[in-house]
Design a protein around this ligand. Structure first.
Ligand SMILES: [Zn+2]
Length: 208
């Protein structure tokens, strides 16, 4: 019943995480009422984000190089985020998180001084398509060297997070590295991004 241009946009928004067709339709009708100028600004911001934001070649953290054109690495170099580039960070410890917002939550505690690795998802059951989303191959590459002495699995204390940690642990087992998990001060079923910094800090201290 909607005009094709509206239907098309609803289909796009429905692809977003947690957004169903009803919410998608609400977005579209909101945009329809919005001025041309505002919509243009939004479209420009979308393009700008795609153009400016890079994924760190080490940890997959999205970041904005100071000057993308000038900072562009040569063929053999990599795009490194501020954390990976920082010589003050402990290079021997890697903290594995599910997603960007978990990294931000841990960074907020100002407690953790090592580097991160963003896994890119979780596995609910061991479904092949979920498993393929996880960057386990890349993770194994990053941690196999002798300089890495500890891998902290900081997945959320949700059933998916637990499954994911077990799966990753099994994948890394053969490397003979020390693998730790966050201490369980975190609320069960809770996500790192909703935990207060103090709780997160103590779960980092109490990792085992
Ligand atoms: Zn990085």
């Amino acid at each position: 019943m909607y005009p094709p241009a509206i239907k098309k946009l609803i289909a796009h928004f429905s692809e977003f995480p947690t957004i169903g067709p009803r919410t998608a339709a609400r977005f579209v009708f909101y945009l329809l009422k919005t001025s041309d100028e505002e919509v243009k600004k939004l479209a420009e911001s979308l393009l700008q984000m795609k153009e400016r934001v890079k994924l760190c070649s080490f940890c997959f953290n999205p970041f904005e190089p100071f000057d993308a054109a000038q900072d562009k690495p040569s063929k053999h170099q990599e795009w490194l985020c501020e954390i990976c580039r920082n010589p003050g960070r402990e290079k021997r410890v890697i903290c594995v998180v599910e997603k960007e917002s978990d990294l931000a939550a841990l960074e907020n505690t100002k407690q953790y001084k090592g580097r991160y690795f963003i896994l890119g998802g979780t596995v609910q059951k061991l479904k092949q398509e979920d498993l393929e989303m996880l960057r386990t191959k890349e993770l194994a590459e990053r941690v196999k060297g002798p300089e890495i002495i500890e891998i902290i699995l900081a997945t959320n204390s949700t059933p998916e997070g637990e499954n994911t940690a077990l799966y990753v642990e099994r994948k890394l087992e053969g490397l003979g590295k020390k693998i730790t998990r966050l201490g369980r001060g975190l609320p069960i079923g809770g996500e790192l991004e909703y935990a207060d910094p103090e709780t997160l800090k103590s779960s980092l201290d109490n990792r085992k």
